[in-house]
Write a protein that binds this ligand. Structure first.
Ligand code: IPM
Ligand code: MG
Length: 368
């Protein structure tokens, strides 16, 4: 097929990770196979370990060599990390620490988490159809600062058999402005509206967040509508009237929570892709928003669509091939319209399929 572009080769570092990671990434690999045989681009994949798998094999959840390979590749596709097996591993060696290190080292500060309700999945949402129909929200979560990384942190002995757990919420002007800039830029290509969420009523970091976002809007984005909202109110409004939102920009912790909530509006956490972007020209990370779901790992029940949609985001943002991304997104839509479902999004009258049958259905729908 000729899309009228130059032939291009891209390198993709694949990190399947733990739990359902391998199963879901396998299905994305099928889509990569389709891309390599049916489009003018070639994606060369290289596989390595992250999370608990990497801890078991290398004694660290992200080996230096893996990190260097990630840095050198054009993009990274990850499955998921974590699981009860590593519950007692020391904090900085836990599976999650590998993912956090990857985000931090590559300075992937802008995490894009779109929550899109597919018409075919309206009944899979626990909310009323009239509330979620046509929903299209983009959460832009700050990913490399805030309470996830702030110092001081730790657990201290404070005597008398008492301990104190400490984490620090911290943001600088530049950290706030650079992620808000991404949100405003993306809003311009959508409905031109940004909600900025923090807790300025109780946190100085939230007050600074609010001030810097307002300043940036005044300086560079006065054409974009900006509303400030407390994060707890945002959680409530997402359930009450989600269609008021276009782009939501928020910090690392609130973004983690609000994006899980937004995901459920769409019917299943198994549907939500994400992109973590850093600086122009450097490698970006694509991963589903859901976790490693150890309870269903290895049973062929996992929904691979969030991972396949993450691959689509990779094509759009890292390889600049929105045309191929759209083809993949349309195939997902078509397969859902045909009533093909994994267990998590199953409704009456549809056909329940396994993880791998879902991947096959997507490839079949992509065609030759
Ligand atoms: C996410 C996850 C991660 C996070 C974990 C696995 C470290 O929940 O990507 O939303 O808290 O950021
Ligand atoms: Mg999360």
């Amino acid at each position: 097929m000729n899309f009228g572009y130059k032939n291009m080769d891209y390198t993709l570092q694949i990190l399947s990770g733990d739990g359902i990671g391998t199963e879901i990434v396998n299905e994305a690999q099928k889509v990569i196979g389709w891309i390599n045989s049916n489009t003018d681009i070639t994606i060369k994949t290289h596989e390595d370990l992250i999370g608990g798998q990497a801890y078991d094999e290398y004694g660290t959840p992200l080996a230096d060599e893996t990190l260097e390979n990630c840095r050198k590749s054009d993009a990274i596709l990850m499955g998921a990390v974590g699981g009860p097996k590593w519950d007692n591993v020391e904090y900085n060696k836990r599976p999650e620490a590998g993912l956090l290190r990857l985000r931090k080292e590559l300075d992937l500060f802008a995490n894009l988490r779109p929550a899109l309700v597919f018409d075919a999945l309206i009944d899979a949402s626990t909310l009323k159809p009239e509330i979620v129909r046509g929903l299209d929200i983009l959460i832009v979560r700050e990913l490399t600062s805030g309470v996830y990384f702030g110092e001081p942190r730790g657990i201290k002995d404070i005597g008398n058999g008492q301990r104190r757990g400490i984490n620090t919420q911290s943001y600088t002007t530049e950290e706030i402005k650079r992620v808000a800039r991404v949100a405003f830029d993306l809003a311009r290509k959508r409905s031109n509206k940004v909600h900025s969420c923090e807790k300025a009523n109780v946190m100085e970091s939230g007050k600074l967040w609010r001030e810097e976002v307002s300043t940036l809007r005044a300086e560079e984005f006065s054409d974009v509508t900006l509303e400030h909202m407390y994060a707890d109110n945002c959680a409530m409004q997402l359930l009450k009237n989600p269609s008021q939102f276009d782009v939501i920009v928020t910090d690392n912790l609130f973004g983690d929570i609000l994006s899980d909530e937004a995901a459920m509006l769409t019917g299943s956490l198994g549907m939500l892709p994400s992109a973590s972007l850093g600086h122009k020209g450097s490698s970006a990370l694509y991963e589903p928003v859901h976790g490693s779901a150890p309870d269903i790992a290895g049973q062929g029940k996992a929904n691979p669509l969030a991972t396949i949609l993450s691959l689509a985001m990779c094509l759009r943002y890292s390889f600049d091939r929105g045309d191929i991304a759209e083809k993949i997104e349309n195939s997902v839509q078509k397969v859902l319209n045909d009533g093909i479902r994994t267990e998590d999004i199953m409704t009456k009258g549809c056909l329940e399929v396994s993880t791998s049958e879902m991947g096959d259905a997507i490839v079949k729908s992509l065609g030759q």
